[in-house]
Design a protein around this ligand. Structure first.
Ligand SMILES: C[S@@+](CC[C@H](N)C(=O)[O-])C[C@H]1O[C@@H](n2cnc3c(N)ncnc32)[C@H](O)[C@@H]1O
Length: 279
């Protein structure tokens, strides 16, 4: 039996040619499409069939594969962490833009790091940046730690993972010293949970999704204390839901930021709060 045989079988069962191809590539370790004519070893067949069965049961393809691309990184992901999203790649882009205004290697905090997607992208893409990545979930930090180890010693030495709720995870010595705080906090309201696709609500960690009754609880907690941690001329960059744009800007102004606005994601929806401190 060749990989083509398994590929066609999976195509019939999943009706998803991307997933079928990714599973062949993952289980075979071969390159597409040459691998299709190669014979399937028993171990490869077992791994492939298990992936197809997990996907058929509704598990997101990213968890089935066990890793997913985010900007320049290939991140390990499983059910302990949110699957990194394309809109969060835009959050990193906006954060890097804010960092470009600074002349010195910056000090950054990523609050609610999950897989480490934002923190590790900044370490990788901003020369010299030192990043503190926090999470309330020890499970998420274990995944971030595995991803950090994959960066290589030089880059990994510029990131630290700390456990705790939002700012409280950080050492007191960072108060007033951060050049940038970035976060993709939970922003789904409890009442919205039922309307999420089941692939999200059944599989992704609720602590990563649900903020509380209004959906703004996490952002409120982050903005409220931000100015105590941020240095002059610094900024807070946070992912929001599109309908939260006005409320997010109001939260930033009532927390004392001098300037606040929302930038769009790649589809033009308002998704990234930028709040700047006065010099
Ligand atoms: C939407 S996920 C974002 C994960 C990752 N930064 C990303 O963009 O893919 C939110 C993260 O915040 C964490 N979190 C939830 N409540 C928290 C809190 N009070 N303090 C710190 N992290 C928290 C969750 O565990 C989760 O990892």
């Amino acid at each position: 039996m060749t990989w083509r045989h398994l590929y066609l079988e999976a195509l019939g069962r999943l009706s998803d040619r991307h997933a079928a191809r990714w599973f062949v590539e993952e289980a075979s370790g071969g390159s597409w499409p040459a691998v299709l004519d190669e014979p399937v070893p028993t171990r490869g067949e077992k791994a492939f069939c298990s992936m197809v069965a997990r996907r058929e049961a509704g598990e997101p393809v990213q968890y089935v594969l066990g890793h997913w691309a985010f900007r320049r990184l290939d991140l390990m992901v499983d059910r302990r962490v949110l699957i990194p999203r394309p809109e969060t790649e835009v959050v990193v882009e906006v954060a890097l833009g804010e960092l470009a205004r600074l002349s010195v290697p910056p000090l950054v905090a990523d609050l609610g790091t999950g897989s480490g997607a934002i923190a590790l992208s900044i370490v990788t893409e901003c020369a010299g940046a030192e990043v503190w990545a926090t999470d309330l979930s020890e499970d998420a930090l274990a995944v971030a730690s595995a991803n950090l180890a994959g960066l290589g010693a030089r880059a990994a030495g510029r990131a630290r993972l700390v456990h705790g709720s939002w700012w409280h995870a950080l050492p007191e010595g960072l108060k007033g010293a951060l050049d940038l705080a970035v976060s993709n906090p939970p922003y789904v309201a409890e009442s919205e949970l039922a309307s999420l696709p089941s692939e999200i609500s059944r599989w992704e960690p609720l602590q990563a999704l649900i903020a509380g009754p209004s959906g703004l609880e996490a952002l409120r907690a982050i903005t409220a204390e931000a100015l105590g941690w941020l240095a002059p001329s610094s900024a807070l960059v946070a992912e929001i839901a599109p309908h939260q744009d006005r409320a997010a800007v109001e939260l930033a102004y009532s927390a004392g930021f001098a300037e606040a606005f929302v930038k769009p994601d790649l589809t033009g929806r308002p998704r990234v709060l930028v709040a700047r401190r006065r010099t």
